[in-house]
Design a protein around this ligand. Sequence first.
Ligand code: HEM
Length: 292
Amino acid sequence: MRVLEGLTLSRPVTVSGLAGSNEASALGRPSHRTAFLSVVPAPAQIGRGDPSRYDLEAVPNAQNRGARLRPNPGSRIRLPRREQVGWVLGVWIPCLVYAIVRYNVFEGVEWVHLPLYIVNKSVAFAGVILIALAYAVGKAFGGPSGSENVRAKAKFLGLAGFSMITLHILMAMVLLSPANYAKFFAETGKLNLTGEMTFLFGVLAYGCLLIPAIATLPYMYEALGMARWLTAQHMGYATLALACGHTLAMGLKGWIDPASWPGSMPPITLLGFLAALVALLIKAAQLVRRAT
Ligand code: HEM
């Protein structure tokens, strides 16, 4: 067994670039095209969370010609298609209906802006709810935390939220102009402080969201080790906190004046903020429970 840059090397996998090379012999591999390059967490990496909940059995993988790599937690179960569609539509359709009723019907936004401007609001709202659900599953609903089923649900909800937010950003980029979002721009045509803060939080939130999204790629658990994989997953909490900043920066003025809400319906910025906040509070409650 060898430890190389934090990874414990223990099992044979084929590494064509190393075959017959000095690097391969430096690893002490046999002379045929095989090197000891398995990636189980080094002892120093184990220490956070409960290993028994995450340390899954190795499974044979034909693509790796006999190597036994551990899959990511939650990746051995695929949610049934109907459940996947149910989650996405069950969250997005109510968000879309809410956006249409609040902005088109009560606020009088022209119907011609339904396809992009209003759909963007619904997609942003649904995205933040799906991410919040991904981090609340196993804590507030869905079964025992850490079980394979809950992990599979969290993975699906997180990736669905990530996809929605990616669409939200693309749509926002197309729409971004003083004509659509006067509140983000100064008279010079540059961003004002509200715009600067809103987009700073938005960009940082998305940057943090990329990390758990990348960690769901196949065998990242094996490659990173348990502790770093869990840290990557926890970056979603930073996304939720920054999403609170994103919505607060752009919406606060409207939140404190309920008399101005069309149809007495709270703005989506406030509802998105609350969705993220609830998930963070559920996590905080869990930490407090564990500490006491
Ligand atoms: C590059 C990053 C981002 C940009 C440029 C961006 C842009 C925008 C813009 C322009 C709006 C205003 C939409 C409107 O008033 O019609 C908005 C709203 C919103 N964004 Fe983002 N966003 C980004 C990232 C995120 C992320 C990462 C999240 C959540 C995880 C998020 C969640 C929301 C929510 C919930 C709203 C409120 C929807 C509404 O009331 O319209 N955004 N964003």
